[in-house]
Ligand binder design. Structure first.
Ligand SMILES: [Zn+2]
Length: 250
């Protein structure tokens, strides 16, 4: 072995021995090395927690991903339907365990054939999930848990369809998705949210009401009838493909 390599190995052994220093003297060197490696992994994980990334795809579609689990909100939908946003399906490649969460079955929120091609399990109103194979549907419940995500469906009026808005919690963060809800009462009464994803039609209607406010640190508009956001109530809008990162609170 070259002298430099031998010196590096000796230094590495001293570091590992120091890291395993809390073990009893009698611990075998293999056990010490394993403990030191585990300690290193734990320190790495603790020092750099993965954030939640919220990415805008188009219309009412967002991708919520933490590296292990991805929730697809109102995706796939029928690209360009009704004159709304198109998207490139090939650019949507969620990773880890993927679950699609739908607010309702209008085609600018839901495309059954594209969904079946993707093969993802689904959370959504019974009116929508009853059109899917039973083994693709996650049981309807007060709260559906997927990885670190807890998904609470909230029945809201929209046209003549069964429709859910959602409160999604993730590592102490609270994210609200209005879908196409038409009534702001529940949203306005929410305890402070981290991010509220709110349809622009609802936001701009609220903006005309005296004292209306969305109780969220970040209000993100979607579903732009004119092709771009009017930024009602001081809301922000992401470009298609753009994302924000939310660090865990817990
Ligand atoms: Zn709709």
């Amino acid at each position: 072995m070259a002298p430099a390599a031998a010196a590096r190995r000796a230094a590495a052994r001293r570091l590992l021995a120091a890291a395993a220093g809390r073990l009893p003297q009698s611990a075998s060197s293999r056990w010490s090395l394993g403990a030191a490696a585990l300690l290193g992994v734990a320190l790495t994980v603790c020092s750099a927690p993965e954030p939640l990334r919220i990415r805008f795809i188009g219309n009412a579609a967002f991708e919520l991903a933490d590296g292990r689990t991805t929730l697809m909100l109102d995706f796939p939908y029928e690209s360009g339907t009704g004159g709304f946003m198109t998207y490139d399906g090939a650019s949507v490649r969620p990773t880890g365990r993927v679950v699609a969460v739908f607010t309702h079955s209008h085609r600018d929120h839901f495309d059954r054939d594209l969904l079946l091609e993707r093969g993802w399990p689904v959370v959504g109103p019974v009116e929508l999930t009853s059109r899917l194979p039973a083994d693709r549907v996650l049981a309807a419940a007060d709260t559906v848990t997927v990885g670190e995500f807890h998904i609470v469906p909230l029945a809201e009026r929209h046209a003549d369809l069964e429709h859910y808005s959602y409160l999604i919690t993730w590592r102490g963060r609270r994210i609200y998705d209005s879908g196409d809800a038409m009534d702001p009462t529940r949203l306005e009464s929410m305890p402070e949210l981290d991010v509220a994803l709110v349809g622009e039609g609802l936001l701009c209607w609220m903006a005309q009401q005296r004292g209306a406010r969305v109780p969220a640190r970040e209000v993100m508009a979607f579903h732009f009838f004119t092709g771009e956001s009017r930024r009602c109530l001081g809301s922000r809008a992401l470009e298609q493909g753009e994302s924000i990162a939310l660090p865990p609170a817990l």
